[in-house]
Design a protein around this ligand. Structure first.
Ligand SMILES: CC(C)(COP(=O)(O)OP(=O)(O)OC[C@H]1O[C@@H](n2cnc3c(N)ncnc32)[C@H](O)[C@@H]1OP(=O)(O)O)[C@@H](O)C(=O)NCCC(=O)NCCS
Length: 143
């Protein structure tokens, strides 16, 4: 498995994963517009041409906002998410990012456990931040 930057051609494989995982998925146009931005970094995990997962961050000066993380369901719990985020942390540090922020559904224990194991701490709660279903968001930060 390799971790590399997402290319526009990858969207054919990324979009079905996004639509499988999220009740309010990003559109392909949304991904496309982020891939064109200099302040964004999107990574994919690929195994012999198959995209297993992806993550993305937006960077402003020394801060980064992780905007999505997803691993296709049949390949979850095999270390893909951890590898993606470790690569994202390393690459953003190389670009001068000192603090990473993210938002996660309060009930998403799998993701929260992953983030905590990578050194993210809970900063606060955003009441009713998510839709479909309505749920609080936990803001987390890694400095
Ligand atoms: C959250 C997600 C990205 C994790 O990816 P993954 O490849 O399955 O995670 P990994 O196999 O790298 O697991 C790393 C750690 O995360 C935690 N974890 C992952 N899945 C878990 C689960 N189902 N329950 C509890 N902890 C879990 C564990 O601490 C795990 O370490 P361990 O296997 O040594 O115990 C994946 O489950 C996913 O895509 N979920 C749906 C989309 C989503 O919720 N994205 C995050 C939005 S903020």
């Amino acid at each position: 498995m390799i971790i590399r930057e997402m290319q526009i051609d990858d969207l054919d494989q990324v979009m079905p994963i996004e639509e499988e995982l999220f009740s309010v998925p990003w559109s392909s146009v949304g991904f496309f517009s982020f891939l064109l931005r200099d302040d964004a970094l999107f990574l994919v995990a690929e195994d012999q041409g198959e995209i297993l997962g992806y993550c993305g961050v937006l960077m402003v000066l020394d801060q980064g906002d992780i905007v999505n993380v997803g691993v296709k369901s049949e390949r979850q719990r095999q270390g893909v998410g951890r590898k993606l985020l470790n690569a994202l942390i390393r690459k953003t540090e190389e670009k001068g990012v000192a603090s990473l922020y993210l938002e996660v559904r309060a009930g998403n224990q799998a993701a929260i456990s992953l983030y905590e194991s990578l050194g993210f701490c809970r900063l606060g709660v955003r009441k009713g931040y998510y839709e479909e279903p309505k749920e609080d968001g936990i803001t987390m930060c890694r400095s």
